[in-house]
Design a protein around this ligand. Structure first.
Ligand code: TXE
Length: 485
């Protein structure tokens, strides 16, 4: 895993206590891990397994995750500061992801291409991409890793997983389970450490064929630039600034309740968080008053606090970033209706707690509407017409997710289809399924995770043409042929 680079203290976002110590990789470790992955892939020790055998391995990992689910949830909760119950839901989703890709692998087969000639066998075959660098974030550490690891394994790739340096524990556990499930040596590799020491070298190395990254926009841009030098395949999920649109004819009880969950779940540290509320003018005052009332009642607390409803931010650095975002929002004219600052509760002072925040009076040209805060902050804008709200909803560099609330189903469908985002919920917010592709339009990224496309990302497509009755091409004359031959 690592040689002698040093050890990182993982500290609880809840109270700063020491969670665990992890060894970090050196540049040499990075090179060794890539060499191990490359050698295992090139030898065919795993890539040559049948789809059925690889699917069985992926299913076995799911079984082992199920066996250790409680233990893994504790690790995830301690690293991230999220409530244990939420971490438990995450682990359940991780298991579903492995099960899905195990099943998906069994459905794979060559595609026969009609050639019009009965002596030709023309087919599309799907082969593993090769060595994959899988770089993950800290908000859903194991879940985001599973969206990459499970299809990579099903496809027959060798990989190097680099979890966020802030939340490595669940990835360490996962790699142990993959080994226990019977993956050949060198197929599954783990590198712990920072983006600079471990992440960047992975993206530079020509022995790596594919990078799948989930994280921030600026890091994603840097990765894409670096990857271009060796023309790697790149899949990026870079977050969003997601419009949550409420029309006056919506079921307001459901819309308001979901709007609160959409933005304050996991303290807004969710790529699809409903951070941008667009409310039809006639219901603005009622909707905003209710959301403020609900936001004030949200109880913050740590992993073990059974009465807590959401937890801390991941780190002091992230808290600082959100405080700066808030200062700029106020300077550009946003009205802070509630929150806007660190929690004042005495028992939360050792952690990174930020109050659920509602910013009213916002407009599309403001930075607070355009930038992802990745915190518990919702900006509110008003609209008057369907055309206007479509235009506002698309007026963002991002395009990950959004929602439309209306009891007029034709209108809701029109707006949903006009929004340029990778997932749109109508009269709902947040659900996803491993069967359905996840990813973004525009600056939210490139490629898709989950669904059949999420497996395709890890496959090369080869056209294999076999002539069972070879003949002369007849195109060029042979030199020994006469003029009229
Ligand atoms: O992300 P980084 P950070 C957004 C969110 C947040 C912002 C910054 O807005 O405030 O990103 O968060 C690794 N080459 N999201 O700084 O840096 C790093 O070690 C290769 C959205 O935590 O992108 C970690 O493993 N790798 C998001 C991973 O990249 C590099 C989830 C993510 O870290 C690297 C998290 C480099 N040069 C944050 N630099 C989402 N899409 O859900 C860093 N890393």
């Amino acid at each position: 895993m690592a040689s002698d680079a040093g050890v990182r203290e993982i500290r609880s976002p809840h109270d700063g206590s020491l969670v665990t110590l992890v060894p970090e990789a050196t540049g040499l470790d990075v090179s060794d891990a890539i060499a191990a992955a490359r050698a295992s892939f090139d030898s065919g020790v795993y890539a040559s397994w049948s789809w059925a055998a690889r699917s069985a391995l992926v299913a076995k990992v799911a079984d082992l995750l199920e066996r250790d689910a409680a233990e893994i949830a504790i690790k995830e909760s301690n690293d991230t500061g999220k409530r244990l119950i939420e971490a438990g839901y995450d682990v359940a989703d991780v298991i579903s992801t492995f099960r899905y890709f195990a099943e998906q692998g069994l459905l794979q087969h060559d595609r026969i291409v009609a050639s019009g000639l009965d002596y030709i066998d023309s087919r599309i075959i799907y082969e593993p991409v090769g060595v994959c660098a899988l770089i993950g974030p800290w908000n859903y550490p194991l879940l985001q890793a599973s969206w990459k690891v499970a299809p990579a394994l099903a496809a027959g790739c060798s990989f190097i997983l680099k979890p966020s340096e802030l939340t490595p524990s669940s990835a360490i556990h996962l790699l142990q389970l993959i080994e226990e499930a019977g993956a050949p040596a060198g197929v599954a590799n783990l590198l712990l450490g920072s983006g600079a020491v471990v992440g960047a070298p992975l993206t530079e190395d020509r022995r790596v064929d594919l990078i799948s990254f989930t994280g921030g926009l600026s890091t994603g841009k840097a990765i894409m630039t670096t990857a271009a030098k060796t023309v790697k395949k790149v899949a990026l999920e870079l977050g969003g600034k997601n419009p949550n649109i409420i029309f006056a004819d919506a079921d307001l009880g459901a819309a308001i309740d979901n709007a609160v969950t959409a933005v304050f779940l996991h303290s807004g540290q969710v790529c699809s968080a409903g951070t941008r509320l667009l409310v039809e003018r006639s219901i603005h005052d009622h909707v905003v008053a209710e959301i403020v009332r609900r936001a004030r009642a949200i109880r913050l607390g740590g992993p073990q606090d059974l009465s807590a409803e959401t937890g801390p931010l991941i780190s002091q650095g992230h808290l600082k970033k959100i405080e700066e975002y808030m200062s700029r929002a106020v300077a550009e004219g946003a009205h802070v209706l509630t929150g806007g600052k660190r929690s004042a509760r005495p028992e939360l002072q050792a952690g990174w707690y930020f109050e659920p925040t509602v910013l009213d009076g916002c407009s599309t040209e403001m930075d607070c509407v355009q930038e992802e805060s990745f915190g518990p902050i919702v900006t509110v804008e008003v609209f008057d017409t369907e055309a206007e709200v479509i235009s506002l909803g698309n007026d963002t560099i991002y395009g990950l997710a959004g929602a439309v609330w209306s009891s007029d189903s034709a209108k809701a469908q029109r707006v949903a289809r006009a929004l340029r985002h990778g997932t749109i919920w109508v009269n709902d917010y947040g659900p996803y399924r491993p069967q359905a592709e996840w990813g973004g339009f525009k600056a939210s990224g490139t490629g898709r995770e989950l669904g059949p496309t999420g497996l395709l990302e890890y496959l090369e497509i080869k056209h294999l043409w076999t002539n069972n009755s070879p003949t002369l091409s007849g195109w060029f004359k042979k030199p020994d042929q006469g003029e009229d031959a």
